[in-house]
Design a protein around this ligand. Structure first.
Ligand SMILES: [Zn+2]
Length: 259
């Protein structure tokens, strides 16, 4: 079979000086019929221009560039891969493992290419452990859309280097950054994003405050000689953390005034 009628004008310079320039017989794996492998054999014409250096094969409507399979076949493979391994699909369709892998890779690349940073202003940075804590990943999320915009191996500031480089290259202006209280993240944000407001996770701030408050309570408790005052000091954590306007009990109010 032949793809379509010949081109007459040069797509590059527009001159009417296009001539045929050899052809190749190419095979394409097609959608199987009745469980049988289908091969489409086609004469693919090359054209060149006598005026410029244009030299290309004709466009094939059912396949991409130099791929040896049709669009319809590639779609079928991607559908099968949702429930089967590459090896299963390769055996089932009698097509090489490499071809199935190539179809899958190009599908993933087309649909999950590196996310764009355009319009990103507010980000969250965190790290998490995988493989039972043996491997760390650092992740950046666009807080407005919830999209994951960056993932890299490792933890700490080094894992963010590529991300900051991309931010600089694309001239992205980050307004707010949310992280935990990790010193590495704080240093990394201060160095690469000095104008952004750095927001700390509420949980980590409260945790830190509770720890400091406990330290102070313990210190005062151990220093206090008066046994009655020590009794009052004991168990005051919730009293100190509570909102004084909510405390209606008089003896509790007294306890708050005592120390
Ligand atoms: Zn030309």
């Amino acid at each position: 079979m032949q793809a379509k009628e010949r081109i007459r004008f040069c797509p590059s310079c527009g001159a009417r000086s296009i001539v045929k320039n050899w052809y190749r017989l190419r095979n394409f794996v097609g959608f199987p019929i009745g469980g049988k492998r289908v091969t489409i054999r086609m004469k693919v014409q090359r054209y060149k221009c006598k005026e410029c250096d244009f030299d290309q094969q004709e466009k094939i409507p059912f396949a991409t560039g130099s791929c040896s399979y049709t669009h319809r076949f590639a779609k079928y493979v991607v559908d099968l891969l949702r429930g089967m391994t590459i090896l299963d699909v390769s055996n089932h369709l009698s097509v090489s493992w490499d071809t199935i892998k190539e179809i899958h890779s190009s599908y993933l690349k087309r649909h999950y290419s590196p996310p764009s940073l355009d319009g990103v202003e507010n980000i969250g940075i965190d790290e998490f452990a995988v493989r039972k804590g043996h491997v760390y990943k650092t992740i950046v999320v666009d807080l407005d859309s919830g999209r994951i915009i960056y993932v890299d191996d490792g933890k700490g500031s080094e894992a963010l280097n590529k991300f900051w480089r991309k931010v600089k290259r694309k001239n992205i202006k980050i307004k707010h950054v949310a992280t935990d209280l990790s010193a590495a993240f704080i240093a990394s944000v201060m160095e690469n994003c000095p104008d952004a407001v750095h927001v700390f996770n509420y949980f980590h701030v409260v945790k830190l405050m509770n720890e400091k408050l406990d330290d102070i309570r313990r210190k005062i408790h151990s220093l206090e000689k008066d046994i009655n005052k020590r009794k009052v000091l004991k168990g005051t954590r919730y009293l100190l953390l509570g909102n004084s306007a909510d405390i209606f009990d008089n003896s509790t109010r007294q306890g708050l005034r005592m120390p």
